[in-house]
Design a protein. Structure first.
Length: 285
């Protein structure tokens, strides 16, 4: 069982300015396709109380706190990555070579603002109506990539890393079938071949280990909740109950087994659709 060490992705965020001192959404509005998608919701409503419905103005402020905290954690990690003298980068995640939008707004020398990260996440959560659990699982997968491969989360790659890990998390957790084509409607510059290559590279970096223990999930949950409390915000989700923990562990193991079967010489080649190395926390430190 992994020990409850503080993940390197969240540690610096403990000293981040409070949201009210530096409002994430104060004077910022989505531009271009982000503006068009901010109010769009492509999936039918779900009954889950942890589903995010994010618009220009947030209809569930407490749920938005989760995405804000994730954005703060990711931005801190990206900032540290940009400061590295020799960052470890992987070509398929490089947005200067593989753009996901036609706005060409990637500055390879400068980490994005927290608001930029938040808006990117918000578009995906709103358009696909993703659950809070998927966002927390995404952080665990990003941490695991950093731990197993040494990949640097950087200004040039963070959006494609976030996209691919969130896609994996939703395929593990969500009850509805998740198709790559759903995400192409959000990011039309991405082709099915590009998404397939992202998935294959991601799985190799993860060493095909996509299973998650309930104890790993709890570590990220409580770190994010602590971050919210430090900023006097209401954290939306509850810890996984017994049924949720069973769902997480069962479905992630099933996903991993399916992926390994597909990767075997006798397995059919197909995209990640139904997944296990122990996570070494990085993002929350």
């Amino acid at each position: 069982e992994p020990t409850h060490t503080v993940s390197p992705v969240l540690a610096p965020t403990r000293h981040h300015k409070k949201m009210e001192e530096s409002p994430i959404l104060a004077n910022k509005k989505p531009k271009g396709r982000l503006a068009a998608l901010a109010g769009d919701s492509r999936r039918g409503n779900r009954n889950s109380t942890s589903t995010l419905y994010i618009r220009d103005t947030v209809s569930k402020p407490n749920m938005t706190t989760l995405v804000k905290c994730i954005a703060i954690a990711l931005q801190s990690c990206i900032e540290r990555g940009c400061a590295e003298a020799t960052p470890k980068l992987v070509d398929i995640f490089d947005e200067t070579k593989h753009p996901i939008s036609d706005e060409h707004d990637v500055n390879p020398e400068e980490a994005p603002e927290v608001n930029t990260v938040f808006l990117f996440l918000a578009v995906m959560f709103n358009t696909e109506q993703l659950s809070a659990e998927s966002g927390i699982m995404m952080l665990a997968y990003i941490d695991r990539i950093i731990a197993t491969s040494g990949l640097t989360l950087h200004a040039t790659n963070w959006r494609r890393v976030v996209l691919s890990t969130l896609l994996l998390a939703t395929k593990v957790w969500e009850d509805e079938e998740v198709w790559n084509a759903d995400w192409q409607s959000v990011f039309p510059c991405i082709t099915s071949q590009d998404l397939g290559m992202l998935e294959r590279t991601l799985l190799n970096l993860l060493q095909f280990n996509v299973s998650l223990k309930a104890s790993e999930y709890a570590k990220y949950y409580f770190e994010l909740r602590t971050l919210a409390e430090q900023q006097d915000q209401i954290f939306p989700a509850e810890p996984l109950d017994r049924a949720g923990a069973l769902k997480l562990e069962t479905r992630s193991v099933q996903r991993e087994e399916a992926i390994l079967a597909d990767a075997s010489p006798s397995g059919r080649s197909k995209s990640m659709n139904v997944g296990r190395v122990k996570a070494s926390p990085m993002i929350l430190n």
